[in-house]
Design a protein. Structure first.
Length: 296
């Protein structure tokens, strides 16, 4: 599995494993979380995506319990986590309404919680989860710079940011932002043509793609896209999901798909996507099916 440079001393695996759904699994025991991590590591998938809010603010703790039971794993993985969404559940159950908080105080408190819950002493990459219409970029930027300076986070990125959100925050930071984590798949491909991908490509910054299988819809919904995914999968002796991931990997923007399956046997074959060689016409056959019409 090739690796993507993030900073001068940090790289991510090309395919990332996401833990949004970790708490939805019927088995959340540390041993099973460990088995998922080890199945990823066996394929060279070393980067794990978390967020404070996942699982009602409980997913980081599920990972932390697994890492506590198997501390040797801590040196083998990179952890990305996020902050900024406050929903009235879990430790924020007393809040009146779901909202965003990118204040320095909230970000710093969230990082402390993430470190404690995951039992780690630094976060490899902290992402601001969503653009916050109330963001005071000077306050947020200074807080993020200070967290990098303190060593509690090694790098900073954003998620679901448009280019103008990125430049606003970056204008108030000394630390370069390293990535934007956006929705990108055959079911959500606007970023490829609306400037979001181009903005990052121009800056030579890699993109993290969330819900690369459309949250499973690509595989569970009858569609022309799925038919092509299956046909191409047969050619390469892989399943349709692997072809959907290969479609992202084939793009020149160095897209890192974040896979969300809880199924251990699916996790064990996540790297099958690398077996698929996607030529331009196959890429466009899938894109055309996803658009529902021929390109103009
Ligand atoms: N930054 C953000 O705002 C944001 C938002 C959403 C997600 N994320 C990140 O992206 C990660 C991935 O998101 P995601 O879970 O939506 O990704 P996904 O990989 O597109 O979808 C995973 C879902 O698809 C199902 N699935 C996978 N393979 C399948 C197959 N062959 N047939 C039928 N169903 C299949 C899985 O079910 P099984 O478990 O049964 O396999 C699971 O429910 C998250 O964990 C999180 O880290 C970030």
């Amino acid at each position: 599995m090739n690796r993507i440079p993030i900073t001068s001393d940090l790289t991510f695996s090309r395919i990332v494993y996401g833990m949004w759904r970790l708490g939805d699994d019927s088995d959340t025991a540390p041993a099973f979380v460990q088995a998922k991590i080890e199945a990823c590591l066996a394929q060279g998938i070393t980067t794990f995506d978390q967020a404070d809010i996942y699982g009602g603010y409980e997913s980081e703790e599920l990972l932390g319990k697994a890492l506590c039971a198997a501390p040797h794993l801590k040196d083998k993985i990179e952890i990305v986590t996020k902050c900024g969404i406050v929903a009235p559940v879990g430790r924020f159950a007393d809040r009146r309404i779901k909202h965003y908080d990118t204040s320095a105080a909230h970000i710093s408190a969230s990082v402390e919680n993430s470190l404690r819950l995951m039992g780690i002493d630094k976060i490899d990459t902290l992402l601001i989860h969503r653009p916050d219409p109330m963001m005071d970029h000077q306050d947020t930027g200074a807080a993020l710079d200070a967290l990098v300076a303190s060593g509690k986070i090694r790098s900073v990125g954003v998620s679901n940011f448009r280019p103008h959100d990125w430049t606003l925050l970056q204008s108030a930071m000394a630390t370069p932002l390293v990535t934007n984590q956006i929705e990108l798949s055959l079911t959500a491909h606007d970023a490829l043509t609306n400037g979001d991908t181009a903005f990052l490509q121009e800056r030579n910054l890699p993109i993290m793609a969330w819900s690369p299988l459309g949250g499973g819809a690509l595989l569970t919904t009858d569609s022309a896209t799925r038919d092509i995914l299956r046909r191409v999968g047969n050619e390469f002796s892989v399943d349709a999901a692997a072809v959907a991931v290969a479609w992202l990997l084939a793009h020149p923007a160095r897209i890192m798909p974040i896979m969300g399956t809880n199924n251990l046997s699916r996790i064990k074959s996540l790297s099958d996507a690398l077996k698929v060689t996607m030529d331009r016409q196959t890429w466009f056959a899938l894109y055309t099916a996803a658009l529902g019409k021929e390109v103009p």
